[in-house]
Design a protein around this ligand. Structure first.
Ligand SMILES: [Zn+2]
Length: 319
């Protein structure tokens, strides 16, 4: 895959450090969700494990090929296992043990920890020991979207690299190049400006789900659909995406309410608004946005999703 353009500055700085023999022992990639932090970690691993240093990562040598096929004996991944939300101490101990052994290829040994912000306190403590006494020619790469969750003692021992999500236009260009044509704009609307998450999504199914959700919201707002049945259905089918869509739908409407009357584009889109929606007041819309955001933030904890969704949709229907 061609390196995503927004990762070029990070790639250049790693390349320079490698060429100058200044590769850090530990790297903390602080990425925005779906911005490509893991991709960059993998790239750094290929850089260190390539057998043609002058062209690293060359992509053709045995080292590069092994990394690409996920079978390099000197590259170790530590992540979340199955349903677990934490990286545990035994995983970190296993990694430390492996990194302490001589490399199979006679060069670097690389460990990638992602998401590093999921290290539990015991695991973080075990990792600290490895960071304090690094074995020569080891590279530990931590990838985290919320590094503030890591102990400062870990952060201070890593070289930090910030990876931000690209602009919408850059993300669209990259998605079209790597994944082909599709309604990527609609995908990014629903999944957020997170190109690497969008790249895993179905560019037909996601926009269709968004379209269907928005239509149902229009119907609920005009009294043509039942909030109770809808809440029940959505709680079992992509509740996270539905809520994201709900939030976008609400912010669209707020924007249209406060747009200047002379704006022809806004006038055009306002034509499509069902009459019932136009009487929603802005304050009520803002309150609903807050409610939707609150529910999105607790979607991972065991709550009665159907009931929580029903409360929000009833508020929309009652307006
Ligand atoms: Zn190579």
């Amino acid at each position: 895959m061609t390196p995503p353009s927004w990762l070029s500055p990070a790639i250049s700085s790693l390349r320079e450090a490698y060429a100058a023999g200044r590769m850090p022992h530990a790297l903390l990639i602080h990425d925005s969700p779906g911005a490509g932090g893991e991709w960059l970690a993998d790239w750094a691993a290929r850089l260190a494990l390539c057998l043609t240093p002058a062209e690293a990562p060359c992509g053709h040598c045995a080292g590069c090929k092994r990394v690409a096929s996920g079978q390099h004996p000197d590259l170790l991944h530590v992540g979340l296992i199955e349903e677990s939300k934490q990286i545990r101490i035994d995983q970190v101990r296993g990694l430390a043990e492996e990194l302490g052994l001589t490399s199979h290829q006679g060069g670097y040994k690389v460990g990638i920890l992602s998401p590093a912000d999921a290290l539990n306190p015991f695991a973080a403590n075990a990792l600290l020991k490895t960071l304090e006494e690094p074995t020569p020619r080891t590279l530990l790469i931590l990838v985290a979207t919320q590094p503030s969750r890591l102990p400062p003692t870990i952060i201070s021992r890593c070289q930090r690299l910030r990876v931000r999500a690209p602009t919408r236009a850059v993300a669209l260009e990259w998605l079209q190049q790597t994944k082909g044509a599709g309604d990527w704009n609609a995908v990014l609307d629903l999944l957020g400006d997170a190109p690497f998450i969008a790249a895993e999504a179905d560019p037909k199914a996601i926009p269709a789900l968004g379209h269907e959700t928005r239509r149902t919201l229009d119907e609920i707002a005009s009294g043509a659909a039942d909030p109770v049945a809808t809440a029940e259905r959505w709680s079992r089918s992509e509740p996270g995406l539905r809520l994201r869509c709900f939030e976008n739908w609400l912010t669209d409407r707020i924007r249209r309410h406060i747009a200047p009357a002379g704006n022809s584009v806004e006038k055009q889109s306002a034509v499509h608004l069902p009459p019932a929606v136009s009487i929603l007041n802005i304050r009520g819309l803002f309150e609903l946005v807050d409610g939707v955001r609150d529910l999105r933030s607790v979607l991972d904890v065991p709550i009665n999703r159907s009931l929580a969704l029903e409360t929000l949709l009833r508020r929309l229907a009652a307006r």
